[in-house]
Design a protein around this ligand. Structure first.
Ligand code: PMP
Ligand code: GLU
Length: 394
């Protein structure tokens, strides 16, 4: 049957594909260990669950304003003021069905057909597809492992063309785990303002930084703030992946257009999850600290093990919960009867032979890497590393 050219040009999400393959193998009873989708293995904290139950009991079960309840938008403004030193009005906040949805709304709101959006690689797999959904053109900027996978203001300047409309920044980054410093961000902000671009600043991992601190690029003054669209959500910080709440903070014009789009596409995000998010944003310090401590220990262990195994290596990430493993030393080898030429080959052989699910970075813009998520138990990580060692010793 007929499908549109645009839709057939959109690739499926590799992260979600690996995750469902892993879950299907597990359901078959196979002894498989998963490091695929980046999803905290912690439970949503009780105080958040309680708020959701109370919301149901108190009848918060109806449509809300499309952009989210006023209460939640005020809570987001308070969060942005308290944690990021940024002043926003509720009319500048649009709450959506996850940060993923906020990002799609953003690209739909700012792009005209043919507009270019710069994305430093390795990037999170969904950005280019979202831009294509909005008729934009993703333009990939390669970064190198030796430069900690970061793009400099100078490189950004060189990549700008008359068609460039926006830049995607994701710090801490999925999949590299790298965190931009305040000085690096300031220099990038100057380029954005000078060229009158938008910056989409995906800050969803802001609370998961193990060295250094998070700075929002919007905080360097009014000129950069009005050009910044902050994307954030509760999936990672509060272990709320299934609740589907994300939000965008933008200049009033962009926020209004995003809310209009959403009012037709999905109406409001789930009313109960919104009420739970109001509670989430007002607390959670203790729970976040426990998760962060566990993630830091797992990261340290994983990095040490990987770097002790011949043929593979990784940088120590400063944030998020991913390790990018360089597999260029394995390319050309045949393992388990499979010749490894690409990251897809590696991920396929590793899953079939060792029963370990990792994400190939072919979809992340650099085929020399595979991604491990360490948002899983230390026991799983230990087992995954043992299997990696045995797999590569073949
Ligand atoms: N941005 C980044 C960088 C991510 O890794 C994710 C992962 N889910 C998202 C946005 C979207 O998160 P969600 O839709 O669950 O809020
Ligand atoms: N963002 C997570 C990841 O990269 C979850 C899956 C997804 O939304 O793509 O694994």
């Amino acid at each position: 049957m007929y499908v549109s050219k645009k839709a057939s040009n959109i690739q499926a999400s590799t992260t979600l594909a690996i995750d469902s393959k892993f879950k299907a193998m597990k359901a078959e009873g196979l002894d498989v260990v998963g490091f695929g989708a980046g999803e905290p293995d912690f439970e949503t904290p009780d105080y958040i669950k309680k708020a959701a139950i109370e919301a149901i009991q108190n009848g918060m079960t109806r449509y809300t304003p499309a952009a989210g309840t006023l209460e939640l938008r005020k809570a987001v403004c308070e969060k942005l003021s308290r944690e990021n030193g940024l002043s926003y009005e509720p009319a500048q906040i649009v709450v959506s069905n996850g940060a993923k949805h906020s990002l799609v709304n953003t690209f739909m709101a700012i792009l005209n057909p043919g507009d270019e959006v710069l994305i430093p690689a390795p990037f999170w797999v969904s950005y280019p597809e979202m831009i294509k959904i909005a008729d934009g053109v993703p333009v990939i900027m390669q970064t190198s492992e030796t430069d900690n996978f970061k793009v400099t203001a100078e490189e950004l300047k060189k990549a700008i063309t008359p068609k460039t409309r926006a830049v995607v920044l994701n710090s801490p980054s999925n999949p590299t785990g790298m965190v931009y410093t305040e000085d690096e961000l300031k220099a990038i902000a100057d380029v954005i303002v000078e060229h009158d671009l938008y910056v989409i600043s995906d800050e969803i991992y802001e609370h998961l930084i193990y060295e250094g601190k998070h700075v929002s690029i919007a905080s360097f003054g009014d000129e950069i703030k009005k050009r910044t669209i902050i994307i954030n959500g509760v999936s990672k910080t509060y272990a709320m992946t299934g609740w589907r709440i994300g939000y965008a903070a933008a200049c009033p014009e962009v926020a209004k257009v995003m809310a209009n789009l959403q009012s037709h596409a999905t109406s409001n995000p789930n009313s109960i999850a919104q009420a739970a998010t109001v509670a989430a944003l007002s607390g959670g310090e203790e729970e976040i600290a426990v998760m962060k401590k566990a993630f830091a220990e797992r990261r340290d262990y994983m990095v040490e093990r990987i770097n002790a195994i011949p043929g593979v290596s990784c940088k120590k990430p400063n944030g998020a919960f991913y390790v990018l493993m360089n597999i260029s030393g394995v390319k050309g080898r045949t393992i388990g009867g499979k010749r490894i030429e690409t990251s897809d080959d590696f991920a396929e052989a590793f899953l079939n032979v060792a029963k370990v699910a990792v994400v190939p970075c072919s979809g992340f813009g650099n085929d020399d890497f595979v991604r491990w998520s360490y948002a899983t138990s230390m026991e799983n990580i230990c087992e995954g590393m043992n299997r990696l060692e045995a797999f590569l010793a073949e």
